[in-house]
Write a protein that binds this ligand. Sequence first.
Ligand code: ZN
Length: 324
Amino acid sequence: MIWSLLACQSESNKQEAAVVETPSVQVPLFQADSAYAYVAKQVAFGPRVPNSKAHRQTGDWIIQQLKAWGWEVQEQPFTAVTYDGVKLKSRNIIASYQPQVAKRILLGAHWDTRPMADKDVARVNEAIDGANDGGSGVGVLLEIARSIQASSVKPQVGIDMIFFDAEDWGAPSSSTAPPINAYGGYCLGSDYWAKNPHKPGYSAYFGILLDMVGAKGAQFRYDTESMQAAPSVVRRVWDKGASLGFGRYFIFEEAGGLIDDHIPVIREAKIPMIDIIDLRKNDKFFFDEHHTHGDSMPVIDKSTLQAVGQTVLAILFEETAEVS
Ligand code: ZN
């Protein structure tokens, strides 16, 4: 994921924030300890760089977990070609809950990690752990999948989770290679899925992407395209986060433009999808350790995982099956 445009803050969007009244329903308590363990498990496999053993093993483990929790799992294999001409043996992993239900919510996260540490000062050509950038989103999604299976109360809607592959082999800022896609060489898996959905004609009521959702002191500001594509979803998620007591994470401010997996989904699959992503108000834009070897387990904070996981669970459980 990269920052594509200058950050700007929109006061007008702040004023438009509306309080959304949601029905009172029971929502399972999100278990941050469990989500944390799923992040640690991925990191323990090693960097999840496509074509590596750790990547293959992690994908197999994600699938095994989801199947064990009763989710219907589909693999979508594809070959991605990177900005520097490397062919990546890739697969998107799609898990569905209540596949028979017409109204569907799409959740996403990328499960691959960056093959380089181009923002670091040492070992720049070595793959990073990607505990936050990659691992955290997958950890939160897996815990959501597990908690829905374990819960006695169930969401009314159908849910599809897509674990996107080949997100993070984008061109570094030093690259002079010609662009291979509209996303700086990033988002190869989401671009493939958006052009080749796992079910022909697939759509969803709305989507939520999770990326870098585990760092200590995370600040979730919304990006321009999320707000353009799905303003009511952005407001609802941020309001829900605040109402649950996570207002210090969910900061209702526009951060600027951004390239991430929700963009192909919005533009090509025409699904209104938002991104929950840690966007800081400084010149780094992301968390300090972004695309460095510092993106490892010590940056992960269970309180941040809790804020995101509980908010998304509430959104899922409060959504009614009726299409309004
Ligand atoms: Zn990244």
